[in-house]
Design a protein around this ligand. Structure first.
Ligand SMILES: [Zn+2]
Length: 550
């Protein structure tokens, strides 16, 4: 029995005894202190200013951001969280793949070149100088999913070695009628590009290219283009070193054109890829291109600080937020600094505010608390993955993770959206704490976009730590639901991963940021003063185990 399962068993017995007397039998739990805008805004403005150059790991804002966080931790007199240091170095490799030429695809209709950026993006995650793709055959492999339990294998008949797999984004459940088939519209991990890249490595493919489609991906093409142009960071792993040479995306328009040139009906193929028994289709097309890679090894830092618990110091509540963003990129309206004010200077600042409020309480919590600011989230959750693989606190001692990535700049909301609701008992705890704020739970409104897999808590969930991830909902206290929805979709369309994600005193209403910061603090304060061990629900794909990460 894994240790955590043992904990679970013992804890459930203990909790059932204790809950009769309530957790305040020893001492009355002090009311959490009130957070204010002043606790958050100065940090948010500072970190999202142009002086931090968009906080790209290895970039000109990297050390400056880390120094800022360390200084704040020192000022708050937090304990260093890694053997006397506030820093955990995260060794990474930065690879800049340059296309020597455009992709040329040869079909029965002849050769056709496509343009980088407009039609496709490709890159290599391998530390090798040159990648040559010379007339590699292309195979349409459905969604690129292998699940032995479901008996699903999109590569079964593909014979993919030395070939390029072309796959669809998301999973076959999306847009269907059956909510139990790949969880229907709820995106499973199989729908994420990270999974598809990992599967390409396992399959020994020469490469893998994902066909982009805005609604299935959850974001428009420009996000793909801006995220996959320029230097890419990665952790160096054997699976990658031995894996696929190239990975990338193609625009839906390119896919339509390409499949038409192959005399293949893309919409018909999508239909069949959604059905059990789908077999990969040789496209009778071959692809050529050359990449040259420049790479360097360097390290960026996770920052970690702790507050020691009084009665159960070996047990931890882990707060996390990524400090990085995407740096300097393609100018939009003359601005090339991607400030990431919302994403995630807001969460970084909120974590500082929460730490400050733990200190302000003037009482040691029962359990210890850790504040972890991770690097390189934007490049594939790398800092948190590294932490999960190299934890400074034994994973089994971490009671829960509370992750903050992007706060609500639109003012106070009556609701709070739990992203990835239905995974763990954290849902109930949040619901109770929301009630004390006079608010209610809004279930994940866009489960099809797979946001639960798109921030750092996912790496903690993978190793078995129940995680809370959420944000202020849509139900605006003064202007109602339509207003809240409109504001949120405006951000996704205009500011997400764009240089315009900046702090703007005219359009930002910080009261919503404060309201959610208070909620996260209340949840943390409660858990750090209780003996609760929130459990995963039986329906979740996450368990207290250790094999989901390699
Ligand atoms: Zn983020």
């Amino acid at each position: 029995m894994p240790v955590r399962a043992w904990y679970a068993l013992v804890a459930s017995v203990i909790i059932s005894v204790i809950s009769i007397h309530s957790c305040s039998s020893d001492r009355e739990l002090a009311k959490p202190t009130s957070l204010s805008e002043l606790d958050i805004l100065p940090h948010l403005k500072e970190l999202s200013s142009d002086e931090y150059f968009g906080r790209m790991p290895f970039g000109p804002g990297d050390q400056k951001t880390v120094d800022y966080l360390i200084n704040q931790c020192k000022e708050l007199q937090l304990q260093p969280g890694n053997n006397g240091s506030y820093v955990q170095s995260v060794p990474m490799i930065e690879i800049t793949s340059t296309s020597e030429d455009d992709i040329v695809i040869n079909t029965a209709k002849g050769k056709k070149a496509y343009s980088f950026g407009k039609d496709y993006v490709i890159h290599s995650q391998k530390a090798v100088d040159n990648i040559v793709v010379d007339n590699a055959e292309m195979v349409f492999c459905g969604y690129g999913i292998v699940d032995e339990k479901l008996g699903w294998n999109d590569f079964a008949k593909a014979d993919i070695k030395d070939k390029i797999a072309v796959v669809l984004v998301n999973d076959p459940g999306y847009g269907g009628e059956d909510s139990t088939f790949f969880k229907g519209d709820i995106m499973t991990y199989y729908g994420r590009w990270t999974y598809k890249y990992e599967e390409a490595d396992r399959q020994g493919a020469k490469g893998l290219i994902i066909i982009h489609e805005t609604s299935s991906a959850g974001y428009p093409w420009f996000v793909v283009e801006s995220s996959w142009t320029g230097p890419q960071l990665g952790l160096e792993k054997e699976s990658i070193a031995n894996g696929a040479d190239i990975k990338g995306w193609m625009h839906l328009d390119m896919a339509k054109d390409l499949f038409a040139n192959c005399d293949l009906d893309l919409s018909q193929l999508i239909k069949s890829a959604r059905k059990p028994g789908f077999e990969a289709v040789q496209m009778n097309a071959s692809m050529s291109t050359t990449l040259s890679n420049q790479y360097k090894r360097d390290q960026s830092d996770n920052v970690i600080a702790t507050i020691r618990g009084k009665n159960n110091p070996e047990e931890y509540i882990l707060f996390s937020a990524h400090w990085d963003h995407i740096g300097i990129g393609k100018p939009v309206n003359g601005d090339s600094i991607y400030n990431g004010a919302l994403d995630n200077a807001s969460g970084t600042a909120t974590l500082l505010a929460i730490a400050q409020n733990y200190v302000r309480q003037g009482i040691q919590p029962d359990r210890s608390v850790a504040f972890l600011w991770v690097t390189a989230e934007e490049q594939g959750l790398l800092g948190s993955e590294y932490y999960a693989l190299n934890p400074t606190i034994p994973i089994n001692d971490i009671v829960a993770n509370i992750n903050i990535d992007g706060c609500n700049p639109n003012g106070e909301m009556k609701d709070f959206q739990i992203i990835g609701i239905g995974h763990s008992e954290m849902d109930n705890i949040v619901a109770e704490e929301l009630e004390t704020q006079g608010r209610y739970v809004l279930p994940d409104q866009e489960p099809e976009k797979g946001y639960f897999f798109r921030s750092d808590h996912f790496n903690f969930a993978k190793v078995g730590i129940p995680a809370l991830f959420g944000e202020g909902g849509y139900d605006h206290v003064d202007h109602g639901i339509e207003y809240g929805k409109k504001k949120k979709s405006e951000y996704t369309a205009n500011n997400y991963h764009a240089p315009s994600d900046e702090y703007d005193p005219e359009s930002w209403d910080m009261s919503g940021v404060v309201q959610d910061a208070q909620l996260f603090y209340n949840v943390g304060w409660r858990l750090s003063n209780s003996q609760e061990w929130p459990q995963w629900l039986p329906t979740s794909e996450f368990k207290r185990q250790d094999q989901l990460i390699d």
